[in-house]
Write a protein that binds this ligand. Structure first.
Ligand code: FAD
Length: 404
């Protein structure tokens, strides 16, 4: 039997695509393949759980458009399916003169992106909004929210299946072969090989995006590098320490750096994430190491170039990863009352960051394709927020390709 569509990846991008494809093509036979025993086991299930408003992104860019649309569509999805969310708002806090200057640009960007934003001119205005946080000014963005993306994924899988979609879990795709009328997908399941044929393939493989893309001999000039994002959990006595999410004013060159205080939807508060070079793509512990992943990285020129380009920031992140007082100092910039004992263990996440051979970090979505396939090669934050519009966009792209 041949499927009309197959999707690789049970993270939020793959699930959103599968569900929306099935909705658009009710009679199509659609298969979703995931190597783990459930959904959202990697980036999606290890993120901060923030529904981003879309403050940082270049006005008019796909990222800005998808993010804004994603807030509305994620909230509608949660409302429709009874998933808890909280639009608690986010406070961007400036702690020194340089950050205050950058804050002006960021406020301008909020306006250009047509986001609701409140300018907090000084320490007092900040204190009035957030009594336990210190700084010299801030921007309040009320549309930012929080949700548990694992729950969102489980529901997307349920909806996809209820529309007639098929799912195989614990099936790792090990090979792909394309010919004039199909793609054959080889998987490994409990030590046995199994194949599936499909008319069209969409790959949303996150940390394995480059490897899956290469299975179809597509010539690519990027590699996925793993950057671990480590969190701490605050003890329950601090569950009410903040009313909103507290974010730094980012360095425009490295917008994902800077730990934040995040209220989680279960009522707890986390601190993080940092960004530390990983040596195993799916290794969540500090000392996890994979010879295969590390060798591939060391042989990739882009790894050396990006590492040298951001050497100072990288060394600082690594130092603070091992030296908890360094990490604490970052947080104390906003919340001086927190102590070392307040930083309790919490699972890390790993960003699948596409890096070009010239060392450039890819900040936007990146796609690759063949006649019968479309590969999502880079889906960086806020791809969880934007997953529903991204899924819709992928469905459009697939339709365009099939028409051509
Ligand atoms: C630390 C961290 C914090 C973040 N915080 C936020 C946030 O607060 N808000 C936000 O919007 N975004 C956030 N993001 C970004 C967001 O989580 C990701 O952009 C998004 O989850 C990407 O989803 P995905 O489906 O592309 O990837 P993934 O969730 O990684 O899913 C890919 C799936 O493909 C499967 N797979 C891979 N290879 C194979 C194979 N060979 N065969 C079968 N299956 C395979 C994997 O098992 C996995 O389930 C964060 C990311 C990180 C890492």
């Amino acid at each position: 039997m041949k499927y009309d569509y197959a999707i690789i990846g049970g993270g939020i991008v793959g699930l959103s695509t599968a569900w929306q494809l099935q909705q658009r093509h009710p009679d199509a036979k659609i298969l979703l393949i995931e190597k783990e025993s459930g959904y959202a086991h990697h980036q999606t299930g290890h993120n901060s759980g923030v529904i981003h408003a879309g403050v940082y992104y270049a006005p008019g860019s796909l990222k800005a458009k998808f993010c804004k649309q994603g807030v509305t569509e994620t909230i509608n999805f949660c409302e429709k399916h009874g998933i808890a969310y909280d639009q608690c708002g986010k406070l961007l806090v400036a702690t020194d003169a340089q950050e205050y200057e950058r804050m002006k640009d960021l406020y301008q960007r909020c306006l250009e992106n047509e986001l609701e934003a409140e300018w907090l001119d000084d320490a007092e205005a900040l204190k009035a909004r957030e009594p336990n946080v210190i700084g010299i000014g801030g921007i309040f963005v009320p549309t930012t929210g929080i949700v548990n993306y694992r729950e969102v994924c489980n529901k997307m899988a349920e909806v996809f299946a209820s529309l007639g979609g098929e799912i195989v879990l614990s099936h790792q795709v090990t090979d792909l072969a394309e010919d004039s009328d199909k793609i054959t997908i080889t998987t490994e399941h409990n030590g046995a090989e199994k194949t599936f044929d499909t008319d069209f393939l969409v790959a949303c493989a996150g940390l394995a995006a480059d490897r899956v893309t290469k299975m179809l001999s597509i010539d690519i000039d990027f590699q996925i590098l793993p950057y671990r994002g480590e969190y701490y959990l605050l003890p329950p006595k601090h569950n009410d320490i903040v009313n909103h999410l507290i974010y730094p004013i980012p360095d425009p060159d490295l917008p994902f750096l800077g730990v934040h205080l995040t209220r989680m939807i279960d009522g707890t508060v986390t601190v993080g994430p940092n960004a530390v070079q990983g040596f195993k793509r799916e290794g969540y512990g500090k000392i996890n190491f994979s010879f295969k992943d590390t060798l591939a990285m060391l042989l990739f020129p882009g790894f050396w170039k990006v590492t040298l380009k951001h050497l100072k920031a990288g060394l600082m992140e690594t130092k603070n990863s091992w030296y908890k007082p360094g990490y604490l100092k970052r947080v104390q910039k906003y919340a001086p009352q927190l102590t070392l004992e307040d930083l309790q263990p919490y699972p890390a996440g790993i960003r699948a960051q596409a890096v070009m051979a010239n060392g450039d970090l890819v900040h936007d979505f990146l796609f690759a394709e063949t006649a019968r396939s479309l590969h999502v090669c880079n889906a960086p934050s806020p791809a969880a927020t934007s997953a529903i519009p991204i899924g819709g966009y992928i469905c459009d792209k697939v339709a365009e390709k099939q028409k051509a």
